[in-house]
Design a protein around this ligand. Structure first.
Ligand code: ADP
Ligand code: ASP
Ligand code: MG
Length: 404
């Protein structure tokens, strides 16, 4: 028997009927001759609701308690799915992250998996059970429950696939695969048959919520193919893999990330050590800084701009304001109404013209570009958030990604 790891997202287990639908899909996978380990997300909007509740009782909820609270969402879904499978005559057992042997560091709310001790899973599989693991969670060596960051159930699934030697990790969700843009924002987006780990990692990091970035990284490191498909039908999905790929001489996909704020320190004296004096305290305050741009200086005075998540903007200003005063900078400005739009594709490597098309398309759409960053297979612009949707659609059209 070969082993398949399947992951079902929150919408796919959103109510009792949907849980029964998932149970039937698992039974069909078993009947096809596979052992199955399943990872589930919390039902529907459970995680959002639990976070809201936490903030109703506390301005700054304890990170430890918050992790225990959030982990219960996935536990509810896993137990219900196990009950549903049993009622349909299929042996099944639910396991929390800790019971499944998922050990993490102690970085609450964004923990990293350090190791998986799979003996319980293996022994239950030997008994012929389907294993349902509560996603998005683990346990520290001090036995404290941790969570892996929003969307982290994907990472649980790929990590289990790697440790158990599964032939594939199937990730079932509410869309039929990876599209050339978010199909909810761009109805003319097309489904891709396949995509490389490198491209998917850029997509995931630059705003496409359909895969947790760490899951893609683990897939690439352990060479686990990941199939993204719908839990509501059997249409072919998208395979994320590292093998030879059909050559695609165009942009693969366009993403948008609405969670962007920009901080600019104006009139910074240009001398050694200044950047360190700003970014070290930010790191200590756990503010994760993204794009950093420093202008060429004029008369030894420059501007320094960086972006952070919107929720971190206030904290970043609190850290940076006193430093700016101390080093003699003129002022600090923040803009929290920004978005990032990226074009991504291996086809862009060594081919000129993509940047020119991107910028002229945005100009024609009346979109002002505030910052630009690139990797070998990505060009990102930072623009006003109210222009993001329009920008994505214009670029999708300009790069000829729409349905024929
Ligand atoms: P799940 O609950 O199954 O984990 P998510 O909501 O995390 O599902 O991810 C699926 C969603 O990702 C889709 O509903 C879709 O709106 C969004 N998405 C964003 N970009 C893309 C893309 N390029 N292709 C497919 N889906 C995308
Ligand atoms: N339930 C968690 C979230 O909403 C984890 C996940 O769904 O992957 O972020
Ligand atoms: Mg998700």
């Amino acid at each position: 028997m070969s082993l398949i790891v399947q992951k079902y997202g929150g919408t796919s287990v959103g109510d009792a009927d949907r849980i029964r639908n998932v149970a039937n899909r698992i039974i069909a996978t078993r009947k096809a001759g596979n052992d199955v380990v399943v990872v589930v997300s919390a039902m529907g909007d459970t995680t959002d609701d639990l976070i809201k509740l936490a903030y109703q009782v506390s301005e700054k909820p304890s990170e430890r308690e918050l992790d225990v609270l959030l982990s219960t969402g996935e536990i509810v879904a896993s137990t219900l799915l196990a009950m549903s499978l049993k009622s349909l005559g299929c042996d099944a057992i639910s396991l929390s992250g800790a019971q499944a042997g998922i050990q993490t560091d102690a970085n609450h709310n964004k923990a990293k998996i350090l190791n998986i001790e799979p003996s319980r899973i293996v022994s239950e599989l030997k008994k012929g059970c389907v294993i349902i693991v509560a996603g998005f969670q683990g346990v520290t060596k001090e036995s404290d429950v941790t969570t892996l960051g929003r969307g982290g159930s994907d990472t649980t699934a790929v990590a289990l696939a790697a440790i158990l030697g599964a032939k594939v990790c199937e990730r079932y969700t509410d869309v039929e695969g990876i599209y050339t843009a978010d199909p909810r924002a761009v109805p003319e987006a097309t489904k891709l048959k396949e995509i490389s780990y490198d491209e998917m990692l850029e997509l995931a990091t630059y705003g496409s919520k359909v895969m947790h970035p760490r899951a893609v990284e683990l897939g690439q490191i352990y060479n686990i193919p990941i199939l993204v498909a719908s839990s509501f039908n059997d249409h072919p999905g998208t395979l994320i893999h590292g093998g030879p790929m059909e050559i695609r001489n165009k942009v693969t996909a366009i993403t948008q990330d609405m969670d962007v704020a920009k901080i600019t320190i104006v009139g910074v004296p240009d001398k050694p050590g200044i950047a360190a004096s700003i970014f070290e305290p930010l790191a200590k305050a756990c503010v994760s800084v993204d794009t950093i741009v420093q202008n060429a200086s004029i008369k030894n005075i420059t501007d320094l701009t960086f972006t952070v998540a919107k929720g971190d903007a206030e904290k970043a200003l609190r850290v940076v304001n006193p430093i700016a005063a101390k080093i003699g900078a003129r002022e600090c400005l923040a803009d929290t109404r920004l978005a990032k739009v990226s074009i991504i594709g291996c086809g862009m490597q060594n081919t000129p013209g993509y940047a020119a098309t991107m910028f002229s398309t945005l100009y024609a759409a009346g979109v002002n570009i505030q910052l630009i960053t690139t990797s070998e297979i990505r060009i990102t612009v930072i623009i006003a958030e109210d222009k993001a949707k329009e920008a994505v659609r214009a670029l999708h059209k300009a790069f000829e990604l729409e349905k024929e």
